[in-house]
Design a protein around this ligand. Structure first.
Ligand SMILES: [Cu+2]
Length: 168
């Protein structure tokens, strides 16, 4: 009697596990089908996590594709009083500008303003400078760091939507 109940419980658990993994796999598949191939490579996790919350995963994947082919027109920071400043907006096109030129060794103040709720870029991460800041809608968030020579990435919290810092 007891062992039969146990068997039924185990059976039910197995069935639930199979159903759940099939659902998760199906969700990722749908997301990838709706978008271009190269999205799927990197976007799987993003798609699956987001699927549960909203329809935003589509935008996330589309943004990722778009930022992958972003034109190479780097904006330059403004130099004044031994500091350099620049503003980057988060729009439905991703980070604008998507690449930013900075001078090495000069303290930088980069202000991020998120102008849209349509993408997953609700925070900005610059890993090399240990920057990880939330971006409330329409609120200017200034991050300060002194860049070293090289190229660095700033990205959304999932590392999907990206921009580039070119430090010379
Ligand atoms: Cu993201």
């Amino acid at each position: 009697m007891n062992s039969r109940k146990t068997m039924i419980a185990i059976g039910a658990l197995l069935l639930a596990a199979v159903t759940l993994s099939a659902a998760a796999f199906g969700a990722a598949q749908n997301c990838c089908k709706a978008n271009a191939q190269n999205c799927c490579d990197v976007a799987q996790n993003c798609c699956m996590a987001k699927e549960r919350q909203s329809g935003a995963e589509q935008n996330c994947c589309m943004m990722k594709n778009r930022s992958g082919v972003a034109p190479e027109s780097a904006a330059e920071a403004t130099l004044q009083n031994d500091a350099q400043t620049a503003t980057v907006e988060v729009t439905s096109n991703g980070f604008e500008p998507s690449s930013l030129k900075l001078k090495a060794g000069v303290p930088a103040k980069v202000t991020f303003v998120r102008k849209t709720d349509e993408t997953c870029a609700k925070e900005v991460v610059i890993k090399e400078y240990k920057i990880d800041r939330k971006l409330p809608l329409n609120e200017a968030v200034t991050v300060e760091f002194t860049p070293n020579k090289g190229e660095f990435t700033f990205a959304c919290g999932m590392n999907m939507i990206k921009g580039k810092l070119i430090v010379e």
